[in-house]
Design a protein around this ligand. Structure first.
Ligand SMILES: Cc1cc2nc3c(=O)[nH]c(=O)nc-3n(C[C@H](O)[C@H](O)[C@H](O)COP(=O)(O)OP(=O)(O)OC[C@H]3O[C@@H](n4cnc5c(N)ncnc54)[C@H](O)[C@@H]3O)c2cc1C
Length: 366
């Protein structure tokens, strides 16, 4: 039995590792020309499934924590903090033996997931055909591949789910900034939350997240990023929204005005970001909730953002993609080995979507 995986992101690669461990034949195809073709994102929190994940992967993988920890070379536990009105002392969660939690730098995580996986680069899937015995994927270079099951791990704009109108605009106007910090300024940010912190300020009309991307090798400086978000139901409607036309300086001025009521320690990261560090493009977040009733039984399975994209604000999309891997890895093996591939993929998708209904940190798909 042979599985085709479209997309070598978090979902596709983690599923590939799970299949590799179970010695199930697979091929994985990625549209990008190489590992560095696209920015992979900043950092991602992995918790509660870490042990299951490592157990589901082959033993030749390097240590997950050592390979991906965004705080290295600092010897500090991953830690995310939250601050809200009337609660300016820190609360949140931190890596501990009781609650293991890894904050992984995205590029390192992708490289770790790619360990010994033969990714076929430069393979953009353009079309899928499937019947009762298998699926065929066609690529823009004129080639094609045939397998017993095809897994669409191709992200939010999946070709396995062609109806882009299923995507909802998340009503948040977001401004994104990036900067490098050194010395005392870096130390002050670490004190607010080693890995990052959320500022929940409905009283001031915004939510902010400041996150450590990664520490530089000298341990004295680091790359940071932040998102400044305000509820805005018009953000997806028109190109004439002020944010689409605003200059980087105008975006910064808008933030400075909005954060006047914050104490200096929380204003700092926004104030010291130069206009050149503020992203020119406007980020419009989208999410997706598939109608479970309408899912067909077929040889194509969607996972990760292809099945359930979530706003980055929740910080859960990647986590649930990994949950899908665990569910799929366990479902596909007996299905492919014992039933000769005669499984109801609709049942698998249902289980994965049911898991999302739980919205807890454990995986309840069983
Ligand atoms: C700004 C931002 C911040 C986020 N922060 C967090 C966070 O803190 N925590 C968290 O858990 N989640 C976070 N997420 C969500 C997380 O990034 C996604 O949920 C996760 O990447 C989904 O993994 P995936 O494998 O399904 O899709 P992707 O990671 O998007 O991977 C899809 C892959 O498929 C490839 N591909 C696409 N189309 C084709 C095609 N036609 N043919 C071949 N290959 C194709 C793409 O190039 C890509 O490599 C964030 C998302 C964003 C945008």
């Amino acid at each position: 039995m042979h599985v085709l995986i479209i997309g070598a992101g978090i979902g596709g690669l983690s599923l590939a590792q799970s299949l590799r461990k179970q010695q199930i034949s697979f091929e994985i195809f990625e549209r990008d020309d190489g590992a560095d073709a696209r920015f992979q994102g900043w950092a991602i929190a992995m918790h509660s499934i870490v042990d299951n994940l490592v157990a589901a992967f082959p033993s030749d993988m390097p240590d997950l924590r050592d390979s991906t920890n965004h705080l290295q070379p600092l010897d500090l536990p991953a830690q995310l903090s939250m601050y809200m009105p009337g609660r300016e002392s820190r609360w949140g969660f931190q890596d501990s033996t009781k609650f293991p939690f890894i904050r992984a730098e995205r590029n390192r995580l992708r490289n770790w997931l790619a360990t010994n996986i033969p990714i076929q680069w430069g393979k953009r899937a353009t079309r899928i055909e499937h019947d009762s015995i298998g699926a065929t994927v066609y690529f823009d270079d004129g080639t094609r591949a045939r397998g017993d099951i095809l897994v669409g791990a191709d992200g939010i704009n999946s070709i396995g789910r062609p109806a882009s109108d299923l995507l909802n605009v998340v009503p948040l106007a977001t401004i994104v900034g990036e900067l490098e910090l050194s010395g005392e300024a870096f130390r002050r940010q670490l004190a607010l939350g080693h890995s990052g912190y959320m500022l929940i300020r409905p009283d001031l009309g915004f939510i902010g997240f400041a996150g450590l991307h990664y520490v530089l090798p000298d341990g004295m400086s680091a790359r940071y990023y932040w998102n400044f978000m305000q509820a805005d139901h018009d953000i997806g409607k028109a190109d004439d929204h002020w944010l689409h036309k605003a200059s980087q300086q105008e975006k910064k001025d808008h933030i400075l005005k909005s954060i006047q009521g914050l104490s200096p320690q929380f204003r700092e990261i926004f104030e010291i970001t130069g206009p050149e560090g503020i992203r020119e493009e406007t980020h419009i977040w989208r999410d997706l909730e598939l109608d479970k009733v309408g899912l067909p039984a077929c040889r194509v399975i969607l996972m990760g953002d292809a099945a359930h994209a979530m706003t980055p604000f929740r910080g859960e999309g990647g986590y649930h993609t990994l949950v899908d891997t665990l569910a799929l890895g366990e479902m596909l093996a007996p299905c492919l080995r014992e039933q000769g591939g005669r499984c109801e993929t609709r049942e698998i998708c249902m289980l994965m979507l049911n898991d999302l209904d739980q919205m807890g940190s454990r995986w309840f798909w069983k």
